[in-house]
Design a protein around this ligand. Structure first.
Ligand SMILES: [Zn+2]
Length: 221
């Protein structure tokens, strides 16, 4: 079983931040400020790489089912057997006290990799991922984006490069795109451009070069 751990290798137990946090807890407790003592005021990105907006968008769609720790949903988790090495990573993240909640995210399909994320406010931090063979992020991004691209038969095929440019649009607008047909008058890279629209209220007529992904606004739809 492949396991990918995200924690940065630093000795958190003896780090300056950790000691400041422990001091704060001790002072709060001595003042009877129990709730304050549990407020986390450290930045988790010291230890774990935060997910960017784009990564969050992709991961939440790739792994749509969530088991929340604070909602008590972990006791029913039986989708797969979590490898011991991954359990150790989760335990380490718990001990860091950096997170207000944890989620196991899964597609609940065989052979696709579950992941545990830690939450600090609205930010998400990957803790550990495991599976038969872990797909690289770009591959996962393409799998997710493909679900948002509809290509009608008259639009023909598009290159990987053009597909990546559509993926950017999908991510930026959080919507799907539909490709309809090729145009005789608009050409790029020696090919007829394909008309497409974003599946939103924005109905600006656009065309994309199926080779390089150049996008143009067009006049005669
Ligand atoms: Zn082109």
């Amino acid at each position: 079983m492949a396991v990918q751990a995200y924690a940065k290798v630093i000795d958190f137990a003896t780090s300056v931040d950790r000691r400041l946090f422990d001091d704060r807890q001790e002072i709060c407790r001595s003042l009877g400020l129990e709730r304050q003592a549990n407020v986390i005021d450290l930045d988790a990105s010291e230890l774990y790489p935060p997910l960017s907006k784009e990564e969050t968008w992709v991961w939440l769609r790739f792994l749509p089912t969530s088991y929340s720790f604070t909602a008590g949903e972990w006791k029913d988790y039986s989708f797969d057997i979590i490898p011991t090495i991954a359990l150790k990573e989760i335990s380490k993240a718990f001990e860091s006290k950096l997170f207000i909640n944890f989620e196991i995210r899964t597609p609940e399909k065989l052979l696709i990799d579950p992941m545990v994320i830690g939450l600090q406010g609205r930010r998400m931090f990957p803790i550990v991922r495991w599976g038969e063979s872990l797909k690289p992020f770009n591959e996962i991004k393409n799998i997710v984006c493909d679900k948002y691209i509809t290509i009608y038969s008259h639009a023909g095929q598009i290159s990987e490069k053009a597909r990546n440019i559509l993926c950017e649009l999908i991510f930026q607008n959080s919507c799907g795109v539909s490709l309809y047909r090729r145009l005789f008058l608009y050409r790029h890279c020696g090919q007829k451009m394909a008309t497409f629209s974003l599946n939103t209220d924005d109905d600006t007529p656009r065309a994309i070069c199926p080779e390089c992904g150049e996008i143009r606004v067009i006049n005669n739809w």
